[in-house]
Design a protein around this ligand. Structure first.
Ligand code: HEC
Ligand code: HEC
Ligand code: HEC
Ligand code: HEC
Ligand code: HEC
Length: 439
């Protein structure tokens, strides 16, 4: 049983190394002061106030990552640990998008436990934040300058809304376009484009064809937006499935899990590239081609440096396995540099992730000055090659699976969140089987 240590050939050909950007005279880690409590908590309404007329919206949103954005213990622990390691320099950076009502009203806490936050802040990205966003929908470096107009007008794209005493209606066609998502989904830090889903989308054929975020993340359905409104055929789902799922008790967990599973099964395609024929004892190369043909941005995107999408490969005949890659160690980690037990043993591993750096050392999303991105851009293909030497003639089986999980266990352990490792799902995106006949 041999395991060939020949590097994956073209897998990393598309690495984009972004250069240092420090020469432009800005102070890299200091951020501009907070918005000095531009608004009061009473300017925003709780989702409870919408529930009597928009029950379905509230139910879908309650299980979404937008609601979970503040409750997520990983976000909280990451904020708290960065707050400590930067001696408070972090300020309110992380609250901007994850707890926007707290940010806009000055109700943030440097380090905190979830219950320390005001109940309205704990609602995360709530109805009355998204539906009062106003143009220009722009993102800026590190400190977001929201453009919001809290008050009686709720903006959307209904052209003939049924009047209600609860609020006024404002028509804005931008709500049907990716622009409305941009402020939080296009994050540049220290001038490094780090979580830039909007830009990835805009520069792709999807952006060119105007296939918007909403088309994939807010699917249309027929129904009533409110009990007194008409039946409409173009209402929008509000569960915003992506790849994350709640790791603590949270409403709608099973539904989110199923939606994530189905999204990930429709994100990429994969095929086996057969080897040049050979005999027993020859080195054969089997290829696995992965193509990002269905995702409107890079795959993975945004916090790609934490996500894990990888290829698991097995070549075997009967009891003999001649090639294995993408398997986990006893801690549940991939055997790359993050494995505590068997670091870098899996030399064939193909993982579509990335790394953040400062001064050449691994860094975090707040202090980085450059990054390496190994994700797949829209419509990009990459072939990973796996070399093996079949010891005997006959028919050898090949199986490849494209797998995804939101985080690796090592990351949870490093944040003191090891207890949640059992809550981490692994999603199978695509699976392919074939065989190699060896003379
Ligand atoms: C510009 C908006 C923005 C800012 C500022 C921001 N995030 Fe995020 N964050 C996001 C978005 C959007 C996602 C979801 C992306 C994805 O799923 O890939 C996310 C996802 C995450 C996740 C993974 C999901 C989760 O909650 O477990 C963590 C952890 C996280 N952010 C931590 C932080 C920390 C820590 C900071 C401050 C240093 C921060 N974020 C600042 C927008 C932001
Ligand atoms: C008393 C009932 C009622 C309450 C409470 C209520 N709404 Fe509405 N809302 C309506 C009706 C009726 C419509 C129009 C439905 C239609 O024409 O199909 C509507 C439409 C909307 C629209 C679409 C606007 C547009 O012009 O496209 C948004 C957004 C909205 N509501 C947000 C909210 C939010 C946020 C809350 C809570 C803060 C809320 N609503 C509370 C009754 C209500
Ligand atoms: C053509 C369909 C499509 C479009 C358009 C699209 N997405 Fe996605 N999105 C997906 C699929 C499929 C996934 C799951 C695969 C992945 O993680 O990238 C996903 C995942 C995500 C994730 C989680 C990503 C991660 O890997 O952590 C975020 C955040 C997201 N999308 C935001 C957006 C935003 C914002 C836009 C608009 C700028 C957008 N998407 C446009 C299909 C789409
Ligand atoms: C992340 C931002 C976001 C959040 C959070 C959000 N919405 Fe929406 N909502 C939208 C967008 C964008 C549209 C319009 C989609 C389009 O026209 O393509 C929309 C549409 C609507 C509509 C108009 C009818 C329809 O289905 O298109 C109603 C009503 C509505 N939302 C209510 C709510 C309520 C109630 C909540 C809270 C439970 C909520 N929304 C939370 C972004 C959001
Ligand atoms: C106020 C900031 C904000 C706005 C506006 C916003 N998002 Fe998000 N979004 C976030 C944050 C923060 C997260 C990460 C939450 C988490 O995973 O804890 C997120 C998560 C998501 C996810 C789930 C990602 C995952 O990995 O599961 C999707 C999908 C998504 N957003 C799509 C959209 C779309 C589409 C729009 C526009 C209609 C939008 N968002 C507008 C801040 C925002």
């Amino acid at each position: 049983m041999t395991f060939n240590h020949i590097a994956v050939l073209r897998a990393f050909a598309a690495i984009i190394a972004l250069g240092l950007t420090s020469g432009c005279g800005r102070d890299e880690t200091a951020i501009a002061p907070p918005p000095a409590a531009a608004y009061a908590l009473s300017d925003f309404s709780s989702a409870d106030a919408c529930a009597p007329c928009h029950a379905r919206y509230v139910a879908e949103w309650e299980g979404s990552m937008h609601k979970y954005s503040t409750a997520d213990p990983i976000w909280m622990l990451a904020n708290n640990s960065l707050q400590q390691s930067t001696a408070g320099k972090l300020g309110e950076t992380c609250f901007q998008c994850h707890a926007p009502v707290g940010f806009l009203t000055g109700n943030t806490k440097p380090t905190f436990d979830f219950p320390d936050l005001d109940p309205l802040v704990r609602e995360g990205i709530t109805c009355d934040l998204c539906h009062v966003l106003r143009p220009p929908f722009l993102s800026t470096d590190q400190l977001i300058r929201y453009s919001v107009e809290p008050g009686p007008v709720k903006y959307g794209t209904l052209t003939d809304p049924e009047p209600t005493s609860a609020h006024e209606h404002g028509y804005d066609s931008d709500y049907d376009r990716s622009d409305v998502c941009r402020q939080c989904h296009d994050l540049t830090v220290n001038d490094v484009p780090v979580e830039v889903t909007f830009t990835e989308w805009q520069n792709s054929a999807w952006g060119g064809m105007s296939v918007e975020c909403q088309d994939c993340h807010m699917r249309k359905y027929s129904g009533r937006a409110a009990p007194t409104g008409p039946v409409r055929s173009d209402l929008h789902r509000h569960s915003f499935a992506g790849v994350d799922v709640a790791i603590t008790d949270f409403p709608g967990k099973a539904e989110q899990l199923a939606e994530v599973d189905s999204l990930l099964k429709n994100a990429a395609s994969m095929e086996l590239v057969p080897p040049v024929p050979g005999g027993a004892g020859d080195t054969l190369l089997v290829g696995v081609r992965v193509t990002n043909d269905k995702t409107g941005h890079n795959l993975p995107t945004s916090v790609f440096f934490n996500r894990q999408m990888w290829i698991e490969v097995t070549v075997w005949k009967g009891e003999d396995t001649v090639c294995r890659s993408g398997y986990l160690d006893a801690n549940g980690d991939l055997m790359d540099n993050n494995s505590a037990l068997r670091p870098n043993e899996d030399t064939l591993l193909t993982i579509f992730n990335g790394t953040l750096y400062k001064d050449g050392h691994e860094s975090n999303v707040f202090e980085l000055d450059s990054l390496v991105n190994r994700t797949l851009a829209p419509f990009e293909s990459r072939v990973a090659e796996y070399a093996f030497i079949p010891p005997t003639a006959g028919v050898w089986n090949v199986r490849a699976r494209l797998l995804f999980r939101p985080f690796g266990p090592y990351l949870f352990r490093s944040l003191g969140a090891g207890a949640y490792v059992t809550e981490l799902p692994v999603f199978e995106m695509v699976s392919r089987e074939g065989f190699v006949t060896v003379e």
